[in-house]
Design a protein around this ligand. Structure first.
Ligand code: HEC
Length: 227
């Protein structure tokens, strides 16, 4: 055989092997992943999103929100997002099992949004406040004012109209894309328990200063001191 054929077979074999291991292996592992039935709450989790929220996921994807926001909570020891108030437990593959286009993201210019819906309810952030935030932008978050349109008031003013100074007889209202996007943001919740992702296990006390020289135990695993 010619050396060039060996070379070709070698390159082909390396690519085929890595493709099988990464693509086929992961697919086999994850394709059977379904929802988890929680007998205590008598429901399956995660629940499917509403149609409008699923449309909003496409809008989120088209607008590139994922360039600045992740949707994956990291566990204790790997970034610890619980400490930032972004989720009570780490995200796992099953959280995205029913989503057609999961938006995991990579960079965190803005906060993680995996549990934004839950956070919004606690902070009293409603649809109106989210429309305003998207229209104006805030603290490093760009404005997406093209998701809104100026429309003449016919009959009654829309209940979703933004409180902006506009000429009499006119209003600024969210387009259907903005409505879907906000439904999606409010549907972002990983507030259920999964067997493979129990609540964060955090050591009772992490000493602020290094342990004394006599101690050989590593600082993070040192037993908690009881007063
Ligand atoms: C250029 C980076 C960037 C892009 C692109 C971006 N954001 Fe943001 N976003 C931010 C920053 C930074 C903040 C934090 C703002 C603050 O602290 O006031 C933020 C905050 C938010 C918040 C509030 C989060 C919270 O926990 O309070 C939401 C919701 C949000 N963005 C949604 C979106 C959506 C939806 C899109 C796409 C339409 C988007 N962002 C695109 C940077 C970005």
């Amino acid at each position: 055989m010619k050396p060039s054929l060996y070379f070709f077979l070698g390159v082909f074999g390396a690519i085929a092997l890595s493709w099988a291991a990464i693509v086929v292996g992961s697919h086999r592992q994850l394709r059977a992943l379904g929802t988890h039935f929680d007998p205590l709450d008598n429901m399956s989790v995660p629940a499917a999103m509403s149609g409008q929220a699923a449309q909003g996921q496409r809008v989120y994807q088209e607008l590139g929100c994922g360039a600045c926001h992740t949707q994956q909570v990291r566990r204790y020891g790997y970034g610890w997002d619980q400490n930032r108030g972004w989720g009570e437990r780490q995200s796992v593959a099953r959280d995205y099992a029913l989503q057609t286009h999961p938006q995991l993201g990579q960079a965190r210019i803005g906060p993680d949004l995996a549990n934004f819906g839950e956070r919004a309810v606690k902070a009293g952030v409603d649809r109106a406040k989210l429309y305003r935030m998207l229209h104006d932008g805030q603290g490093g978050m760009p404005a997406f004012s093209f998701l809104f349109e100026r429309r003449a008031i016919v009959g009654q003013k829309s209940s979703a109209a933004l409180a902006l100074p506009v000429a009499p007889g006119w209003q600024v209202v969210p387009t259907s894309r903005a409505e879907a996007l906000v439904s999606y943001l409010l549907a972002l919740k990983q507030d259920y328990a999964l067997p493979e992702a129990p609540a964060a296990v955090i050591p009772a006390a992490v000493p602020a200063t290094p342990a004394p020289a006599a101690s050989t135990a590593p600082a993070a695993t040192a037993p908690a001191k009881t007063p």
